[in-house]
Design a protein around this ligand. Structure first.
Ligand SMILES: Nc1nc2c(ncn2[C@@H]2O[C@H](COP(=O)(O)OP(=O)(O)OP(=O)(O)O)[C@@H](O)[C@H]2O)c(=O)[nH]1
Length: 371
């Protein structure tokens, strides 16, 4: 049996096995096996396909990938958001027709990538789909671009990303595995994790662990455990733009809202836009900013005053003084003594803080360094 047939056989067995406590371990093992076979197939395929060469150079403070079916208006949107002033070029897109643009917003440079053809050929890695997905995987935010007439394309797009190991709007589960020399598999939990201990062991065994301590501190599903054991999942936030809103009558919006709800999208969260008529774009920029968790830090430079023109822009999860130092290029690293912060994160103006201090949007930061 070839690898592809094996994968199909396992998928079929999973689909045909009813899920209950007594089959849970078995299903866990099958899912782990399935995941490994898929990895193997992918390695084989990329090995024979000539591979490589489709990395997109990331520039700017953050990168957003536009994901949507053909003709929903992705390129129109990209052009509307970046205008003619954006400098395009100097990018190496060797095999992919990726359209890049730079959105300047609140002093940040946000790279926008219009990645075509996610759907055609993406399933199972045919054609250029995999390459498109590799671009999406390097982004910091996925923006789904939907047409107001076909919001249900959303499920297909999400599913495609899921198959390709992109996990949206969720954090990886915390699972730690430490290999030992003996003692078998030991599972430690501090609460009901929603899985039988035997299931956890079955899955770990499938991954070749014989002696190991496993610690799981939160509720977890079989799929999430498999994800946690495979290193190549990416976790990204997402947002939804509903385009061509200029084409509907006002009273049709309620119908679209209802469709969105059915897709598990909060209509309040989705941004209705018209790329063509450049409507709703401010709200969309704001949403992108919010979802990326960007903050602006105004640097107070010795002798030059506060630079309000070109803030240091920090991403979600990188809001400390230390992260700011990193972004400044590290020349301060050895000489850093303390920092002074004025703004929302500070208890008072010019508060003296250390490297761990969490900064907030529009803080003014001065680094005090040794000479
Ligand atoms: N009425 C209206 N038409 C739009 C809007 N946005 C895009 N269009 C039109 O929809 C068509 C497709 O737009 P594109 O921007 O080329 O769509 P795309 O998603 O980039 O499509 P591909 O290049 O095939 O991936 C064009 O004729 C646009 O003029 C909009 O907001 N309102």
């Amino acid at each position: 049996m070839g690898l592809e047939e094996e994968i199909e056989a396992i998928e079929e067995e999973i689909a045909n096995t009813p899920y209950n406590k007594s089959t849970e371990g078995h299903i866990g093992r099958l899912k782990a096996k399935l995941s490994e076979k898929k990895e193997k197939l992918e390695r084989q395929q990329s090995g024979s396909g000539g591979g490589g060469g489709y990395a997109v150079e990331k520039t700017g403070d953050a990168t957003v990938a536009f994901v949507g079916f053909p003709s929903v208006g992705k390129s129109t949107l990209l052009n509307a958001l970046t205008n003619a002033e954006s400098e395009v070029g100097e990018y190496e897109f060797t095999t992919l027709n990726v359209q890049p643009g730079m959105l300047k917003y609140r002093g940040a440079n946000i790279q926008l990538l219009d990645v075509p053809g996610l759907i055609e050929g993406a399933a199972g890695g045919r054609g250029g789909g995999r390459e498109v997905l590799s671009v999406v995987r390097t982004a910091d935010l996925v923006l789904f671009v939907l047409s107001v007439f076909e919001p249900d394309q959303y499920s297909k797009l999400r599913q495609e990303l899921y198959y390709n190991k992109v996990r949206l709007d969720t954090e990886p589960k915390s699972v730690s595995v430490t290999k030992r020399h003996k003692g078998g598999l030991k599972v430690t939990t501090n609460r009901d994790i929603g899985l039988e201990e035997a299931t956890v062991k079955e899955i770990l065994r499938e991954y070749g662990y014989v002696n190991a301590d496993v610690t799981i501190r939160e509720e977890i599903t079989i799929d999430q455990l498999v994800d946690a054991l495979q290193a190549n999942r990416v976790y990204l936030p997402s947002a939804v733009a509903v385009n061509k809103a200029d084409l509907i009558q006002p009273d049709y919006k309620e119908t679209v809202d209802e469709q969105l709800r059915e897709l598990d999208i909060d209509p309040e969260e989705a941004v209705f836009i018209s790329a063509e008529e450049e409507k709703g774009l401010e709200a969309l920029k704001e949403k992108i900013w919010e979802k990326l968790g960007l903050i602006r830090i105004y640097m107070d430079k010795p002798g030059r005053g506060v630079d309000y023109e070109e803030p240091l822009v920090l991403m979600e999860g990188e809001h400390t003084v230390d992260d700011a130092l990193d972004r400044l290029g590290g020349s301060f690293d050895e000489r850093f003594r303390f920092a002074r912060v004025t703004g929302e994160s500070a208890k008072h103006d010019e508060q003296q803080v250390g490297r761990d201090h969490e900064l907030a949007d529009e803080d003014v930061l001065r680094i005090v360094a040794r000479k």
